[in-house]
Ligand binder design. Structure first.
Ligand code: SF4
Length: 280
């Protein structure tokens, strides 16, 4: 059996930056809490908690005067305001790619346009982007865009600014752009899919086409990990989505000659290595 590890597997730039900021704060011994899971990986969060950081779920739980780390997905304007009102020192680990989207939607509204966010409505990154708008629309794909346009035919002529969740697939975005170009008279488009994400997805697709089995490593809460598994399933008959090496049952391994391994953006190198070593 030949094992092939995708070059793009594992932490992306934005996640690495957030984890390094958290670790540096822990090293300095500053009292600091993380607002929500700073990345979608239970093992990484557990490690950070062992280093002294604590997770809180709501801004109201941040102790007054404490440092608070904002995750790579970002937070909306109201949350930033609430934290500032509580006197918290904000350590902003929002990925610069996501901050860019916040700026695009704010600028769009300042110009009298309506932001349309293409993404999963309840995903933290999408909620945060919407949190920088007064009146955003969120659509998960072309079908939902169609429904949204049908609800009020005047929307077709409204100045609309489309942005994408950074981890959307190229197909979802392209389908929405195609529909909007066909139906809307005043739409502009900012392709904000993250380059690291599309590269990882493309590499996974190509690898899956040449492998009898694919192992996708990542937390089940991570939407980019789940998307990777979906993409692999389109090209490969046997795809295993696992969170860590212990989840891999070697007694049920097929006789595939080539097995590919890839991992989501929030999967740390040490977990990928454990899986690789176990399979080797
Ligand atoms: Fe930033 Fe892209 Fe990583 Fe998201 S996937 S945190 S946008 S680098």
């Amino acid at each position: 059996m030949t094992l092939i590890l995708a070059r793009s597997a594992g932490f992306c730039y934005g996640v690495r930056r957030a984890v390094e900021m958290a670790e540096e704060t822990a090293r300095q011994g500053r009292p600091c809490v993380m607002l929500g899971s700073i990345i979608h990986n239970t093992d990484v969060i557990r490690r950070l908690e062992e280093q002294g950081l604590r997770t809180v779920e709501r801004p109201e739980e941040v102790p007054a005067g404490c440092t608070v780390l904002i995750r790579s997905h970002g937070e909306g304007r109201a949350v930033h305001q609430l934290l500032a009102d509580r006197g918290a020192e904000i350590l902003d680990a929002t990925c610069p790619n996501v901050t860019h989207i916040h700026k695009v939607v704010q600028q769009a509204e300042a110009q009298g346009r309506r932001p349309v966010i293409v993404g999963t409505p309840d995903h933290p990154e999408v909620l945060a982007i919407a949190g920088w708008c007064r009146s955003p629309a969120v659509v998960s794909g072309a079908e939902e865009l169609e429904r949204w346009l049908q609800e009020d035919p005047e929307r077709r002529d409204f100045p609309l600014t489309f942005v994408s969740q950074t981890t959307s697939t190229r197909k979802i975005w392209d389908d929405c752009v195609k529909k909007a170009k066909k139906e809307c008279t005043n739409a502009e488009f900012f392709d904000t899919i993250c380059g690291a994400t599309s590269k990882r997805q493309e590499e996974a697709r190509q690898l899956a086409q040449t492998c009898g089995m694919m192992v996708v490593i990542g937390d089940r809460k991570s939407s980019n990990t789940r998307r990777l598994a979906e993409i692999c399933r389109e090209a490969c008959p046997d795809v295993r989505l696992i969170e860590r090496a212990a989840d891999l049952d070697l007694s049920h391994m097929p006789r595939a000659e080539r097995v590919g391994i890839t991992a989501g953006a929030s999967t740390p190198a040490w977990i990928i290595k454990e899986v690789y070593d176990k399979m080797s």
